[in-house]
Design a protein around this ligand. Sequence first.
Ligand code: PMP
Length: 426
Amino acid sequence: MTSRNQDLFEQSQQLIPGGVNSPVRAFRSVGGTPVFFKKGLGSRLWDVDGKEYIDYINSWGPMILGHAHPEVVAAVHQAAANSLSFGAPTGLELEMATLINQLIPSMEQVRLNSSGTEATMSAIRTARGFTGRDKIIKFEGCYHGHSDGLLVKAGSGLLTFGEPDSGGVPASIAQHTLTLEYNNTQQLADIFNQMGDEIACVIIEPVVGNMNLILPHMEFLQTLRTLCTRHGAVLIFDEVMTGFRVALGGAQALYGITPDMTTLGKIIGGGLPVGAFGGRKDIMQVLAPLGPVYQAGTLSGNPVAVSAGLTTLKLIQAPGFYDRLAAQTAKLMHGLKQAAQKSGVTFSAQNVGGMFGVYFSDSNPTSFAEMMLTDKKAFNHFFHSMLDAGIYLGPSAFEAGFVSAAHSDADIAETIQAAELAFAAL
Ligand code: PMP
């Protein structure tokens, strides 16, 4: 007997490429049929066949308060009743800019748009316009959305500029992007030594969540800051994932490093499409209508999306919010490690705030190369055992996981119990 879920996937594949609107959702990495959902509440999800799950994806980060939080839903209702969109300024946008600036003071000026991809794309254009330079640096394993210049992999040698990492990206665009190794301070210093004055900007996930979770070495981030300042390159922290996730002030507050520009997304929309980029006022002043760098959006600053984000940002400021979130996530990591140990499975795990990484490896990886050495097959087995038991993890060994404020002690205990069985079955 086929399930409603399988039916929907088969039909979707007829009309939507791969049956999904974003590739990772297709379960290609882990195999099997993706889950089609119809409802979420707090830490829980229900699929179209009525099966219940504890959610550790949380829409890839935005649902930090859990699903359908009543205050966020009420804010959306209220905003919607006053019109879904104006395409003109509102006081809500000023409120949002004010709040972002208070929580992340390096964002002296902010512009809102509708996705993380737009935020990083626009930040890079702004940095190029400000410096009058074309070249950009990014790091292997970091993801900054799907704009052309960021879907680029390293060329054959250290000084060779990038090659397209996706069909449809012209080599003439990829050649302006240099891809370096994350946490490789020496390589970074060498490149700046040789061409520092040609670099418009460096874009980095200050904590990486897109090759599973990788923490930065403090020395690496400090050197990056120093080199960018010395050579007049704009340092962009892509905090689309880490913003309001690893700490209230993002990774920059956690590590005490101030970037020139920051990109945000996910949590600032509370589950609706909002992105933002901002930074030093002198840099942001190159944007149209003040300056020559063009950037725009019909739905930028959309009142319904901004209302959901504003309510989310207000609620996460509650005293103790991040302490509890981090403690809950750490408790889950501890339990998973103990469960793996019981079955003698090689496993490691860590978290930063409400973001976590689990690895089938004897220690926490610190680079893309180390991440590639983790046991993907073991992860895939573990993933499917957990899914069967109603625990919804990211469908790839190379994705970070997310805990929300709605995850209770009982949720964590149930997850660890399921993991004990999943490890034992490996
Ligand atoms: N930057 C980072 C660090 C991200 O994690 C993502 C999405 N996962 C993006 C940019 C792109 O954001 P979006 O999917 O909203 O375009």
